[in-house]
Design a protein around this ligand. Sequence first.
Ligand code: HEM
Length: 552
Amino acid sequence: MASMILPFIEALSVSEGLIALVTVCLVYLTLKQFRREIPKGLRQLPSPNAFPIIGNLLELGSKPYLSLTEMSKRFGDVFQIQIGMRPVVVLSGYETVKQALTKQGDDFAGRPDLYSFRFINDGKSLAFSTDQAGIWRARRKLAYSALRSFSSLDGKLPEYSCVLEEHICKESEHLIKELQNVMRAEGKFDPFRYIVVSVANVICGMCFGRRYDHHDQELLSLVNLAEDFVQVAGSGNPADFIPAMQYLPNKSMKKFVNLNNRFNNFVQKIVTEHYTTFDKDNIRDITDSLIDHCEDRKLDENSNIQMSDEKIVGIVNDLFGAGFDTISTGLSWAVMYLVSYPEVEERLFQEIKEQIGLDRTPTLADRNNLPLLESFILELFRHSSYLPFTIPHCSTKDTSLNGYFIPKDTCVFINQWQINHDPCETLRDKENHNPNKSGFIRIKPKFLLMLPFRGLWKDPSSFIPDRFLNDDGTEVNKLEGEKVLIFGLGRRRCIGEVIARNEVFLFLAIIIQKLHFYKLPGEPVDMTPEYGLTMKHKRCYLGVSMRAKDDQ
Ligand code: HEM
C-alpha cells in the first residue's frame, strides 16, 4: 500500500495530514448513510471487507490484475471493491464480460470521471473523456472512418497493396539497417528503443504524412514519455480514487500533467502547420481529413451534433497516442518471446521460408499462409496480456448483471488478464473437488473428463503457440483465437484493431524472415511485466544477426 501511495505524496505537514484524514473520514461516513437500496429481485454485489478511507487498496497491491483474479475465485465474475472512497465493480469471466460489453453494451459504454483522465489530450480525449454518448459516438465514427480510409488508400508504389503495407515495409527496412548499425557499433541492442520509433513512424505517416529519423531527439523523447504515461493511466491509480490526493503535492501526477502537455504541444505544432498549408483538393493525411470535416460541417445546416473544431481535430492526438505505444509494446514482447523460445523462432523462420521463400518480402496477403505466425501472435497477446485491463468503463444507468444491482455512474474494471489465464476445469475436476454439487446433466462417465466446466485455457501459464492450430498445423482455430481478449469488446472495442493485427503480423513476418534474435551472455532477460495501462517488460539488451540467404 505504502509503495502505491507514497510516490504520489511529496511532502505533507502533520496538521495538513490530520485535516485531510478527518475530512475524508467524515465524507466516508456520510456516504455510507446514503447507500442505495437494492431493487427487488436483484442482489447486492459481493465484496471483500474494506477499510475506511483506503478501502481495498492494500489488497490491490502492485499487480492489481493478479490480486483481482484471485478475488474473482472467491467472489465470482461480478464483485465490488472499494478503492479509496469509490466503489469499483470488477468483471471477470469471458461470458460475463461479453454479456456486459456486447449484449448490455450501452449500459457499460461510459467512462468514469477520473482525475488523471482530465489531463489527457486537454480533457478532450476520445478514449478517456466523459463525453456524452452522442458526441463520443460521432467522434468515434469519424476516427474510425479516417483510420480506415488512410490505411487502405493505394500505396505510392504499385508493389504495395495499400499505404499501411507500404509504411510497414519501408519502416521494417529502416529498422533492419538500424539494428545492423547498432550491432556493429555496440554488439547489443535494446528492442523497445528501436521498435518504438519504427512503429511511431507508421502512425505518423498516416496521421501527419511524415516520418522521423531513428535518432531524432524530439521523437525519441516523446515516445519515451509513453512509459510514464501508462503507469499513471493504468486502472487503480490511487490519486484517481482518493479525492484528497488531488490536493496534495504529488510527484507522479506533476510528471503526468507535464508529459501530457509536451505530447499535446508536439501534436498541436503539426496541426497548426497543417492548417496553414491546408488544400481542400489535396487531402494529405488524417489531420487534413479532420480539418476538411470541420469545414464541411460548417456548411451542413442539418448537423445536429454540436462539436468544436478542437474536438474534431483533437482526434488525431488519440490516434497517434494509441497507435504507437500499444503496437510497439506488443512487438517488443514478441522479440522477448523469440529469444526465450528459440525453437519457436526457428519454426517460424522455416514456415516463412517454405511458404514465401527468402527472395521476396512478406505482404499482408500472406497472412492466411502463415498459421504458425498467426498462432504465435495470438499466444503472445494471451500469455503476456500486456493490456491487463481495458480502459476503465462506467455504467451509464442503473442496471444489473448476473442478478446483481449496479447503480448508474459506477466505475467498472474489465480484467482481460483473468480471461486470458482462466484455467480450463473439466467437469470431472469439478466433481472431484465438490462431489455433491456438479449442477450438470448426467452423461456417460468416459466423456466427463473432456467436458469443459468453466474457464478457457489448458495450462494457461505456459507459452504454447500451437494451442491455436488445428491438428495437422495447417490452420488457425478461429474460435479459439476469438477467446483471447486484448482489444476489449463491444461499444468501446479498440478502433485500431484491424490495423494493429496487420501491423504486428507484417513487422514480425519481415523481421523473422531477415533476422535471428538471441540472448547475450551476462545480459539478463526478465519477462516480469511492470504494471500499467500497457505492461512493459524490463528494458534489456539482446543480440541480432542477419539470416544468410541459404540459412537452413
Ligand atoms: C496491439 C495494439 C492495440 C491494442 C492491444 C489495443 C487495445 C485497446 C483497448 C484494450 C482499448 C480499450 C477498450 C475498452 O475500453 O473497452 C482500446 C481503445 C482504443 N484504441 Fe486501441 N489497441 C491497439 C492499437 C490501437 C491503434 C493502432 C489505434 C489507432 C491508431 C487504437 C485506437 C484506439 C482508440 C481510439 C480507442 C478508444 C476507443 C473508445 O474509447 O471508444 N488502438 N484499444
